[in-house]
Design a protein around this ligand. Structure first.
Ligand SMILES: Nc1nc2c(ncn2[C@@H]2O[C@H](COP(=O)(O)OP(=O)(O)OP(=O)(O)O)[C@@H](O)[C@H]2O)c(=O)[nH]1
Ligand SMILES: [Mg+2]
Length: 289
């Protein structure tokens, strides 16, 4: 299987520019994908945050498995990390974000009041992997469609400030990945959920990975969506892919079927799912067992 990697020059530039702007902002909104909260966490971002106030925002939570999202939030909260899960397109988004941001910045906002500033301001930078919903979230926060959004990775190319009437100044940034994934599972999860440019990975490899995961964790939705029997699910995944290809009326064009399976998953047609499982990451707890 070919290695998945995507780290073009504009991402290296973007991370440098974020670093340069950090002194201008009060808080970092780090966006991760609720379906892969750890695999979508850029280690480079962790490095540059250091002591800056920081809110971890799990986006696309409407597509993630709710019980696992809750486990992840409990996990982060236990580490003293402010974290929330949102649908970036929700009407309530302003309240969802402003509440925790005000809690994190309570001291600073109180100082502003004491200095007699009538209007409180919060300046935030929004960072995260491609396609995680940064521009969508910021547009909804300022209630205007300023930043360009689309359902493909690599849409935002440059930094841009967005300002709201109620004193929020938000910096949108291009999605960034990192030079080398620690293991290929991360690449596959990022590709499956839509963070990697399609041309850069073999869609059948990634669809096979997804199928194996769904067989293990969500077999019923697979059976229902692609009219499969219990015996079908016992096939080797490449054979199962061929079976689904036929069912979709795509002959033996399994590349096309692979793309369809990924699209179905991303659009929620295979139900809500989470690829990152807490037990695969919480090494401390596992070590004590
Ligand atoms: N279901 C769901 N879709 C979302 C959510 N947030 C964003 N999207 C969709 O995800 C796609 C990508 O959103 P963008 O806001 O362009 O993502 P971005 O992080 O700015 O992407 P880049 O600029 O490419 O880094 C769009 O189709 C959005 O409508 C969410 O919380 N739930
Ligand atoms: Mg964007």
């Amino acid at each position: 299987m070919a290695n998945i990697q995507w780290y073009p020059g504009h991402m290296a530039k973007a991370i440098r520019e974020i670093q340069e702007k950090l002194h201008l902002v009060d808080i970092i909104f780090e966006l991760v994908d609720a379906r892969i909260p750890e695999s979508s966490r850029n280690p480079k971002v962790k490095e540059i945050i250091q002591q800056k106030p920081h809110l971890l925002i799990l986006t696309k939570s409407d597509l993630a498995d709710p019980s696992i999202t809750k486990q992840w939030l409990d996990y982060y909260h236990a580490q003293g990390q402010y974290a929330i899960a949102v649908d970036s397109r929700a009407r309530t988004i302003e309240r969802d974000i402003q509440g925790p941001a005000q809690t994190i910045l309570a001291q600073r906002l109180q100082n502003q009041t004491e200095r007699g500033l009538k209007k409180q301001t919060i300046r935030a930078v929004c960072v995260g992997i491609p396609n995680v919903g940064k521009s969508t979230l910021l547009n909804h926060l300022v209630n205007k469609k300023i930043a360009k959004t689309a359902d493909r990775p690599g849409v935002t190319k440059n930094q841009q400030w967005l300002k709201s009437k109620n004193g929020l100044a938000l910096l949108d940034t291009p999605g960034i990945l990192w030079p080398k994934f620690e293991d290929q599972l991360i690449g596959q999860k990022l590709a499956f959920t839509g963070a990697i440019k399609e041309k850069l990975f073999a869609s059948d490899d990634v669809a096979l990975f997804g199928l194996a995961f769904f067989i293990q964790h969500y077999p019923e939705v697979l059976k229902e969506r692609y009219r499969l029997t219990k015996t079908d699910l016992e096939l080797a995944t490449p054979d199962l892919l061929l079976k689904i290809t036929k069912f979709l009326g795509m002959g033996d064009d399994y590349d096309r079927a692979s793309n369809r399976i990924m699209l179905d998953a991303r659009k929620g047609k295979l139900g809500r799912f989470t690829l990152d499982r807490i037990e695969d990451f919480d090494h401390e707890t596992n070590d004590h067992n």
